[in-house]
Write a new protein. Structure first.
Length: 643
């Protein structure tokens, strides 16, 4: 079977052999074993499921939260002749149905889905009729409540395993502490195992070293981050990412860099799909050198030649920092990951504890005010869904949005509500006239005609029923600005040629239980106390990393993830400072010896200095310093003190 895997690798990807632990993972899942692969960013995770998917009968189900990753990988696989498909929000019902039917017929080798899709009754019904070779869980740390990026939707994977009990699972992650590794195995196990030892035995676990020898980790203590950021970007040519905490910050810093003459753009979750795609594509094609972004950018982005990643704002966990920093130097060439840090960052990180885990009484108060907001009586509300405008809620009850957001997430984990942030309700269109009538229209402006043609080219079935559309894609196809396209769609709707329901991004809240009195709201330890304690530990770990001046950065990161190493990296700021201190001390010692020799103020030939048996590097540096400081003069191979 090993030859089969290697032949597939060569046929489709052009590589002669696997690297790292790829072969071990592939052979394990190929043999039907539940498998967990721990691989750093850039370690080649996609090969570990794409190759066995081609070797095994049936369809590989790939669960990932990253729509951008789905689209990119599906396009790449199709280009190299592999049948792949994806299901994500915004697709028309008919397209989803056709994709699932193709999987049932066996014409798809890899099917990418988001975890939210798993609970769909349509998906589960069709899944029962598919031949699934194995399940791949990408970003598997998201299933662990002890991980830094827990996502409740990942718990749906356990239900899929119940539907497919004999189908093996391959879990992949680039950031997992030993505790999270155990939790992943337990959550994904089908054997009902509960104790630690048996959980480990259920999964074959393969670890690739997280050490990145080409990547230098540096912490720059900065009192003026804007100035230092420009200096760093000017000193380090090549593609770069600058990570910040907020959307506003991304926009402002990008503008600041542009004003300084640096080619920059910004990226965050609030941009529309077409704008995101355009900015990402221009950065990947090196039309834009610097991407200033929130953590919404980067996962699944395959750009190997990023030379510099700068964290302008300090992340709240080593896991987040390590994953984002690891996007530099994926081509193996020397690269740098730099954290700009100052005393204020420590204050901000400590404040995030109260923002992320506000007092329990405050959470109960938000729950009560939510009931007032929707006028839900005690004992009512079960299953009811409401749109939630956080700005209006906060203004009415005098809350701060950050703490309300955190309180709602905690209430969701406690099982009282479902809180979906910024659910992307895409625009919908239906033609109200027949296709023949549309072609006979004679009072259509050129712009209206371009929009109608774009709708017909990009989407099918709009004469029979409403279809989801992306206004940005329609605008792009029509060659106009998004706002202009929006106005034309509204005008066509007013003329009764189409029915147009604009898109909107609005969160919603659904009650999962009947409304309780606030004093009866229970927040169990595993929902609040334990998670708050671990969040504090993660922040403390990040602060210790940033403030440490004695321990190699690379070793600190590796030890955090349970990997022991007996050597320093030699290239982080701590190692470089240590080397500088060592050289300086040797140089000082050499200077003293040379000055003692020259103390008689006579001319001494350079060969006399060689007889002092000083290290050559120290002697040369000391001589150069003495001459530069005009302590000594050198002429024709002779040296003497000037004073």
């Amino acid at each position: 079977m090993d030859d089969t895997f290697r032949k597939i690798l060569k046929q489709y990807w052009g590589y002669d052999d696997f690297r790292g632990i790829q072969r071990q993972i592939i052979e394990s899942i190929g043999a039907g074993h539940d498998t967990l692969g721990l691989m750093p960013t850039g370690g080649g995770k996609s090969i570990t499921f794409q190759v066995p998917a081609m070797a095994m009968e049936g369809t590989c189900l790939v669960i990932t939260p990253l729509i951008a990753l789905m689209k990119d990988q599906v396009q790449h696989l199709r280009r190299i002749g592999i049948r792949a498909a994806a299901i994500y929000s915004g697709m028309q019902h008919d397209t989803i149905l056709m994709t699932l039917e193709n999987c049932i017929l066996g014409s798809t080798k890899l099917l990418y889905v988001s975890p939210e899709r798993l609970c769909s009754s349509l998906f589960q019904t069709k899944l029962r009729h598919m031949r699934i070779s194995f399940i791949t869980v990408d970003e598997a740390h998201c299933i662990s409540q002890w991980g830094y990026d827990f996502r409740p939707s990942y718990l749906e994977i356990a239900k899929i395993r119940q539907l497919l009990p004999n189908v093996p699972v391959l879990a992949l992650t680039a950031t997992a502490t030993p505790q999270v590794v155990d939790d992943i195995c337990e959550k994904l196990s089908t054997h009902g195992l509960t104790n630690e030892s048996s959980t480990r035995s259920a999964f074959a676990v393969f670890r690739m070293s997280f050490e990145r020898t080409n990547l230098a980790y540096l912490v720059v203590h900065s009192d003026n981050k804007d100035f230092d950021l420009i200096q760093l970007l000017e000193q380090h040519p090549g593609s770069a990412i600058v990570y910040v905490r907020s959307r506003r910050h991304a926009r402002e810093i990008s503008q600041h860099l542009c004003e300084a003459g640096l080619q920059s753009t910004f990226y965050h979750a609030g941009l529309d799909h077409a704008d995101k795609d355009l900015r990402q594509r221009e950065w990947q094609l090196d039309k834009t050198r610097i991407m200033v972004a929130t953590n919404a950018f980067g996962m699944g982005i395959d750009k190997p030649d990023v030379r510099l990643v700068v964290h302008y704002d300090c992340p709240d966990s080593i896991e987040a920092y390590f994953q984002e920093a690891g996007r530099a130097g994926r081509d193996g060439q020397p690269s740098q990951a730099i954290l700009l840090f100052n005393r204020q960052d420590g204050v901000k990180l400590q404040k995030r504890v109260n923002d992320t885990y506000p007092p329990k009484e405050y959470i109960r108060q938000v729950y009560e005010h939510l009931a007032y907001y929707y006028q839900i009586a005690t004992g009512d509300g079960y299953g009811v869904t409401h749109e939630f405008v956080i700005e209006d809620f906060c203004q009415r009850f005098r809350h701060f949005p950050i703490q309300v957001h955190s309180a709602l997430q905690i209430l969701q984990r406690a099982g009282y509500i479902e809180y979906t942030e910024e659910a992307d309700n895409m625009a919908r269109v239906k033609f109200l006239v027949s296709r023949d009538s549309l072609y006979r229209l004679d009072r259509v402006t050129p712009d209206e005609d371009r929009v109608i043609v774009s709708l017909l080219r990009c989407y099918g079935g709009l004469f029979a029923d409403y279809g989801y559309i992306d206004e940005s894609i329609v605008a792009q196809q029509a060659g106009m600005a998004r706002l202009q396209c929006y106005d034309i769609l509204k005008a066509l709707s007013q003329r009764r040629l189409i029915s147009f329901i604009p898109s909107k991004q609005v969160p919603y809240i659904r009650y999962l239980q009947r409304r309780e009195d606030a004093e009866h709201v229970r927040l169990p330890a595993n929902v609040y106390d334990d998670r708050k304690e671990q969040y504090i530990e993660r922040i403390q770990g990040m602060l210790q990393y940033a403030q440490s001046s004695e321990h190699c950065r690379s070793r600190l990161l590796l030890e955090y993830f349970g990997e022991k190493t007996d050597h320093d990296c030699g290239q982080c700021d701590v190692c470089l400072n240590r080397q500088s201190d060592t050289v300086s001390e040797g140089q000082r010692s050499a200077s003293r010896r040379i000055e003692e020799l020259l103390a008689d103020h006579q001319r001494h030939h350079i060969t006399e200095i060689l007889r002092l048996a000083l290290p050559t590097e120290d002697a040369n540096a000391a001589l150069a310093e003495l001459v530069q400081q005009e302590v000594a003069t050198m002429e024709d191979g002779f040296i003497r003190l000037t004073k």
